[in-house]
Write a protein that binds this ligand. Sequence first.
Ligand code: RNT
Ligand code: ZN
Length: 415
Amino acid sequence: MTRFESAKAMYAALGVDVEAAMEKLSSVAVAMHCWQGDDVIGFDHDGPLTGGIQTTGNYPGKATTPEQLMADMEKAMSLIPGKKKLNVHACYAIFEKGEFVDRDKLEPKHFKAWVDLAKKYGMGIDFNPTFFSHPKIKDGLSLSSPDKATRDFWIEHGKACIRISEYFAKETGFPCVMNIWTGDGFKDIPADRMGPRVRYKESIEAILAEPFDKNLVKPCVESKVFGIGVESYTAGSAEFSLTFAATHDGCLPLMDNGHYHPTEVVSDKIPALLAFFPEVALHVTRGVRWDSDHVLILDDETREIAKEIVRCDALDRVYIALDYFDASINRIAAWVVGMRSMQKALLSALVTPNAALKALQDENKLTELLVMQEEIKTLPFGDIWAEYCARQGVAADKAWFEDVQKYEAEVLLKR
Ligand code: RNT
Ligand code: ZN
């Protein structure tokens, strides 16, 4: 008996079909964020990263052209099992030589190379308007600015992004999740908390007035509690974003698990939202003490998030995207570690005897539930993961890292 066969039998004894679990996982797309590859800079500006987000570190080999970024993503994808989706920001528009188009005038053609990449792998694309790192952010504000011209510029950007999202969906055959996040907020105590939120609401409504097919484009609003330089107030707070999504047909709430008070957990919010929304979207990240966007690992909360998605039977109702940016380590390894960790968390959730555990809860056998929950933690999950990787044609162990090291020596360090 191989290790896999032995592990499979142990799971079967608990009523878990590991074959079905692996099959299911292979159909779940996890969106890989292009912005890990170049520290959230993009191709449409030379300025610094703004909007309450920050990368730290200066690891060599960062991608600075579309060709480099895509080559790096392809390298990473070759080492990650499972189905992927691309996640692209509007600042990653690709212009002809000498061409420049501002964000309010972006067109589908500026993203054709991303469509070509997606088609090469049979993937969908998610999209994000970029409401940061741009001179038209006035006094730190975009869609909530008191200045109408500023708001109008960013509304036009949002509308352009809806058209581009629909183009992505039509070209790839997969719906495009379009996430609206702004860093709008104040460093110190504001004198008016409602005004910016009312303007933000009206601006998002103006964006969503752009006609689109709700089956193709899934607009979301992402909330955030605070950011660097906007510690006292954000316009897009949790209550604002959730209520906006709840009151606007076809709009999804997007939860980023770095965007809440430190003892709040998104895993507990997922089933709450699934009780009301047909679909929800996630940014999975790892905050260390704050919204630090460290590389995702297989930590407790990542596992809990995956568990909730799986045991709510909501793999087809929750859009999973990763969102972190570490500039202090090899950026390709950062993608691979994060994507593999998400896949591990999902597989681990899928081989959990969820039905049996639920029954214990419903029968009020809470002592046995505690015993079982502890027991399953030491099942030979690694053998199932190894088998899944083998079937997906990627290394199960850290052999993938040798590949990254070789690429670093041959490609990244020569940039
Ligand atoms: C920022 C938000 C947002 C960004 C990306 C780049 O705190 O999480 O989602 O990280 O849009
Ligand atoms: Zn996010």
